[in-house]
Structure formats: structure tokens, C-alpha cells
Design a protein around this ligand. Structure first.
Ligand code: FMN
Length: 351
């Protein structure tokens, strides 16, 4: 990604921000083995994140066994959808992170399957952990997931939501390679914060003075949190996430009313509430049956959760919201989707 200086906190780039900046989708790898210990470390990091979030659906499994890797690649490439990744048959990555889950274990609201969102968040935690170890990844949803499920012999209720290659990235990228071209033409561009974050209503931009006047979270921290979301990966780099900060008491009241009763009281006490939505989008490709807004927006939310944690700010996420009520509260028009409400707490003093 092109570093524009925005990913920092009080003038320094934090360790997590360095990882987020280093991570990108690697479609070219050099020779080198990912060890079973490294795989176990990634799986443990994903499990720890899932446990901290209180999720029950996701399972991240990193496979380094050559036979299984080959079988997953072969299955992923089958059919029309499998042709989206022409680089995959030749990859030297050697290992794969599999995002597997039982989406029915968590609530389902039509096409808003909370389990899918949870798996996406945990997968991104795994991807970032891999990056912190110097390992390259590439999220892939343009895959024949049914074939992979069959190949792995997964029980009916288990689904492959996405996979990612895992391997040693090359020292440099040639501009003329598939990796270089996709990186330069599509991947490294990100929308400015002014197109992603709004105050009280969708379309109402953050004031020129920045975040310092909004809510009771320190402005620098809030800026860091939204910039962390901004650099998250998304399918086709669409960046469909939109965030609306509840600043006016009426907005907060209206958003609180959209929450399930069980978590309303704790969200009410939070200094800041944020509605996470998806802008209507058009995803290219012939057979992408995944509801991408339940994958991409949660990925950005996982960056929010992790950045908040690094800055010592408590963070809660609720996907089980009344979608119509959230949309009405922030003036979201037709086609927009409401994904979650995010609550931010007070910053611990020692950070
Ligand atoms: C849910 C999801 C699915 C993706 N599917 C593919 C894929 O099938 N093939 C691919 O090459 N890249 C895929 N990507 C990678 C995106 O193109 C990439 O994240 C985006 O362009 C941003 O670039 P970056 O990851 O290098 O920052 C996917 C990313 C996400 C989040």
C-alpha cells in the first residue's frame, strides 16, 4: 500500500500499524518452508482473538502438509470461479490458511449471517499475525469453496468462507509480474478517510478540525482507529465500509434502540458508538455467491478492534442489530447495508 503518513498515533507509527502497513496481498512467493510451529502459532493467535471476542463459530486451520496444500489448490481452482486466480497453480507459498466455520452456530438475519462475519474477523487476525511473523498472505474468496469442503471432507454444517496462501514473500516485486501489476493497478490504493467516516448521518463529513471534537475518545486515538480500518484488505479492493459516529445524543439513542436488549446497557455506557455499514457495491466476477459485505466490513472492524486494543481502548462489537433501525438512525438510503454497531470505551491511562 502507498503510505500516506496517516497511519500513526501521536506522530509515531505503532508496532501494530507497522504490521498493517507491511501486510499486503502477496501473489508471488519465494522458496521456503512454513514450519508446523509457525502454523501452530498463527492458529493459536486466531483462537485467542476468537476467544477474546466471545465467538463460537470460527475455526482457522493452517495447513502446511504438502499433500493437503496441493489438494486444496486443485479444488479451489475447479470450475468458472476457480479461474479468478490464475497465479495459484504456480504458487511457491507452500502453506494455506483456511477460514472454516459453522455459520449456523451464530444468529442468522436473512443474508446477514453473523457466523460469516465472525469467521472473517478471525481470519484477518490470523493474516495480521502471519504478517507480524514476516509471512505473506493473500485472502482468496474467488475459489471453489464447495470443492474444497468436499476435498477436506468437512461435515455439511461446516463452510469454507475464504482461504489464504501463506508463505515467504519475495525480496522485491517485478512490476510486470501478476503480483506487481495487481498491486500497482488495484491493491495499493485506499479511499481517503473523508469518504469513509461520517458524523451522525451518512454523507456528513468529519469537521476540518478532525476527530478531537467528536465524542469523548481522544482525537489522535480515534484517527488511528479509523485509519487502521481504512487500510484493511477487501475483495477487489472495493472498500465498501462506511462508518457513522454517533455524536448527537439523538443518534446515540436511536442506535441504542437498534441493539438486542441483552447488550443495550453496556453499549449505553460507552463513550462512543459507531455504526458500521456497507455502501452498495458492484463486485465483478461471475459467481461470487458470498455476501461480501459480511466479510469485508468485519475485516475492517477487526482492524478497529485490534487498533483499539493496542491503544488500551475497550471495544465491543454487536452484529445482531436491527438493520432497518440502524439505517434509519444514520439516514442510510436504499442499497446500504447495516452490518454492526461498535462501542469504544475509555482509554487506559498507561498507554
Ligand atoms: C474477502 C476477500 C477476498 C479476496 N479474494 C481474492 C482473490 O480471490 N484473489 C486475489 O488475488 N485477491 C483476493 N483478495 C485480495 C484483494 O484483492 C486485496 O486485499 C485488495 O486488492 C487490497 O490489496 P492488499 O491486500 O494488497 O492491501 C481478496 C480480499 C478479500 C478481503
Amino acid at each position: 500500500m502507498k503510505y500516506d503518513g496517516s497511519l500513526s498515533y501521536k506522530g509515531t507509527v505503532t508496532p501494530l500499524q507497522k504490521v498493517m502497513l507491511w501486510r499486503r496481498s502477496f501473489r508471488k512467493y519465494r522458496d521456503g518452508v512454513v514450519t508446523a510451529e509457525q502454523a501452530a502459532e498463527i492458529d493459536a493467535a486466531a483462537r485467542a482473538f476468537s476467544g477474546r471476542m466471545g465467538f463460537d463459530s470460527p475455526a482457522i486451520r493452517t495447513t502446511v502438509a504438502p499433500a493437503e496444500f496441493k489438494a486444496v489448490v486443485g479444488a479451489a481452482l475447479k470450475g468458472v470461479v476457480g479461474k479468478i486466480n490464475p497465479w495459484l497453480p504456480f504458487t511457491k507459498a507452500g502453506a494455506m490458511i483456511l477460514a472454516i466455520g459453522n455459520p449456523l452456530k451464530a444468529p442468522v438475519f436473512g443474508d446477514r449471517r453473523v457466523g460469516v462475519a465472525q469467521i472473517a474477523m478471525v481470519m484477518e487476525a490470523a493474516v495480521l499475525h502471519a504478517a507480524s511473523m514476516g509471512l505473506g498472505t493473500c485472502w482468496m474468496a474467488g475459489i471453489n469453496s464447495r470443492e474444497i469442503e468436499k476435498t477436506l471432507g468437512l461435515p455439511d454444517e461446516r463452510e469454507i468462507i475464504a482461504i489464504s496462501t501463506l508463505g515467504h514473500p519475495p525480496a522485491g516485486i517485478s512490476l510486470l509480474s501478476w503480483d506487481g501489476m495487481t498491486h500497482h493497478l488495484v491493491s495499493k490504493k485506499r479511499k481517503p478517510l473523508s469518504e469513509l467516516v461520517f458524523v451522525d448521518r451518512l454523507g456528513v463529513r468529519i469537521p476540518d478540525s478532525g476527530f478531537s471534537q467528536i465524542g469523548s475518545i481522544e482525537g489522535d486515538a480515534l484517527g488511528a482507529i479509523f485509519n487502521a480500518a481504512r487500510v484493511a484488505p477487501s475483495a477487489d479492493n472495493v472498500q465498501m465500509w462506511r462508518f457513522v459516529i454517533a455524536h448527537a445524543p439523538e443518534t446515540k439513542m436511536a442506535l441504542l434502540a437498534a441493539l438486542p436488549g441483552g447488550c443495550r446497557a453496556s453499549f449505553q455506557q460507552a463513550p462512543l458508538l459507531i455504526a458500521a455499514l456497507a455502501e452498495p457495491w458492484f463486485v465483478k466476477g461471475s459467481r461470487r455467491e458470498q455476501p461480501f459485505f459480511m466479510i469485508d466490513v468485519p475485516i475492517a472492524i477487526s482492524h478497529i478492534v485490534l487498533q483499539a486494543a493496542e491503544l488500551g481502548i475497550a471495544c465491543a462489537v454487536e452484529f445482531g442489530v436491527d438493520e432497518a433501525a440502524v439505517k434509519a438512525a444514520v439516514g442510510a438510503g436504499e442499497g446500504f447495508r447495516a452490518v454492526a454497531l461498535v462501542a469504544l470505551g475509555n482509554q487506559r491511562r498507561n498507554t
